[in-house]
Design a protein around this ligand. Structure first.
Ligand code: C5P
Length: 238
């Protein structure tokens, strides 16, 4: 899990995913399957990706009553993914139930998937935290509060912005995973991400894993782009 570069497979369906993966036959990847792809293809897409030996982050951001999340996680654990997630806003009991479900559903002999929490979405502003959620603290304090609840519930870490990771690990320890999207190689387009960071900055912050989508999936040469970003992330300069 640590030091992983996770490719966000934000494609509408299996055929586009398989086409994208063709040049990566020699690489064992860590890929992220989000709502769009999972809702379009169902669990079979996970089986396909597992057949190709890739590690999988199933990014479905569960948020419901504890019993429902527990049952859903029991099913997801059977898919043999490596990483899953929930919204910390669901509360301590819901997050603890997610872990119980994962423990119950993990086939014997296999490792339970790591589970991380979304704290505040990176699309949420401090104004929204204060005036829509009626939370009277700063965005950073709210993120830290949710991260601390996630740790207390037995979760393995959080999804966070590259600019929050060091602060979170400073408070909750470096074993607590920080998984950060919004990564852009130096001198590339930000697309709709607002506060982007380079892979090198992510490494310097001690971030556990980075999630990269369009800089790889939309590149003219995805394999070349992947290898370049991976080298920047690992600190390998040729
Ligand atoms: O293409 P790009 O590199 O921006 O993709 C980032 C991926 O990370 C997308 O799948 C997006 O949904 C996800 N993500 C994000 N910000 C969050 C949580 C998830 O960009 N806070």
């Amino acid at each position: 899990m640590k030091d992983s570069l996770i490719i966000a497979l934000d494609f509408p369906g299996k055929s586009q995913v398989m086409e994208f993966l063709k040049p990566f036959e020699q690489e064992q990847l860590f890929v992220k399957v989000g709502m769009e792809l999972f809702y379009a293809e169902g669990p079979s897409i996970i089986e396909e990706l597992k057949k190709q030996n890739h590690k999988i982050f199933l990014d479905l951001k569960l948020h419901d009553i504890p019993n429902t999340v527990k049952s859903a996680m029991k099913v997801l654990a059977g898919l043999n993914c490596d990483l899953v997630n929930v919204h910390a806003a669901g509360g301590l009991e819901m997050m603890a139930a997610a872990i119980e479900g994962l423990d119950a559903g993990t086939p014997s002999g296999l490792k339970r998937p790591d589970c991380i929490a979304v704290t505040q979405l990176t699309s949420t502003s401090e104004i929204q935290v204060n005036s829509e959620q009626l939370i009277g603290v700063s965005l950073q304090e709210s993120v830290l509060n949710y991260a601390a609840l996630a740790k207390k519930s037995g979760l393995n870490g959080v999804v966070c912005s590259p600019y929050e990771a060091r602060f979170i690990q400073g408070q909750l320890g470096t074993e607590f995973l920080t998984v950060t999207p919004g990564i852009r190689p130096a001198a590339s387009s930000q697309q709709d991400q607002k506060r982007t960071a380079t892979p090198e900055f992510a490494r310097e912050q001690g971030i556990s894993a980075i999630v990269v989508g369009r800089p790889i999936t939309r590149a003219a040469n995805p394999l070349e782009s992947y290898l370049k970003i991976k080298n920047e992330w690992k600190g390998v300069y040729q």
